[in-house]
Design a protein around this ligand. Sequence first.
Ligand SMILES: C[S@@+](CC[C@H](N)C(=O)[O-])C[C@H]1O[C@@H](n2cnc3c(N)ncnc32)[C@H](O)[C@@H]1O
Length: 270
Amino acid sequence: MGNEKISSEEFQKFAELIHRISGIYLKESKKTLLSNRLSKRMKDLELNSFNDYYDYVISKDKEEIIEVINGISTNETYFFRHNPHFIALFDVIIPEFISRSHFPLNIWCAGCSSGEEPYTIAMLAKERGYLNRKYIRIDASDINTEVLNLATHGIYDNKKFRETEPGYIKKYFKQLNDKNYLIDEEIRRSVNFFRFNLIHDSTDKKYDIIFCRNVMIYFDREDQNKVVANFFKALNPEGYFFLGHAESLYFMDSGFKFKKVQDAPVYYKE
Ligand SMILES: C[S@@+](CC[C@H](N)C(=O)[O-])C[C@H]1O[C@@H](n2cnc3c(N)ncnc32)[C@H](O)[C@@H]1O
């Protein structure tokens, strides 16, 4: 076992299961990726066919599906990704909240991958004197347990700094070797990471600012509607919602209002 190719029927079976559990819609073009990822796991388990592995996944309920999803989710991210969002947040939005004595601010990065997005917020908060539970509390979640594990360890390679000013690297990271850097302890401890599946989990917690950037592009319209409605519920009035810069709620009846803050397109709740 190891290099078998997945058949179209087997691919469909796994794609439907992955879609049902995570909302992630796998295109046929991901067949080789899925086949390689599953084969690796099947080898460890000494299972000989994709159908046997499918039965195993189903019989193990949640534990094994986590392995499958860890293998297929797209986790691309980096520090200061789409900086206009962070400029709007720290130059306009947070100062407005603070001037109205509306704090602590609860911030949620949903679909945070390996943590670069919430850690960018934490570094900027530190720069502005807000990195204190009195002002700001940062939650960050993902469905993928492997990336959450990377996030909590806080070790990054230099590709993650493609948009980071050298001053931040110097100030907030310790170089471990040629490639790898460890994030500053205070920044690391300021973010609360947890597993949260946007399709099946729910929260009663209320937030003032929610980031969910470059996550829902992998969902179909029905799941997008459901997830956006949950964010609307989780957001306090006058709260802000950030989507990826190529994403939009334009065709959705979401209840969110749109505006530009500096150069950043943002959504808010009245
Ligand atoms: C491309 S990354 C985006 C990371 C970051 N938000 C950014 O914009 O740089 C997408 C993340 O969404 C996560 N994801 C996909 N489906 C999810 C779901 N159903 N619930 C929670 N997270 C999910 C993936 O595991 C992945 O880490």
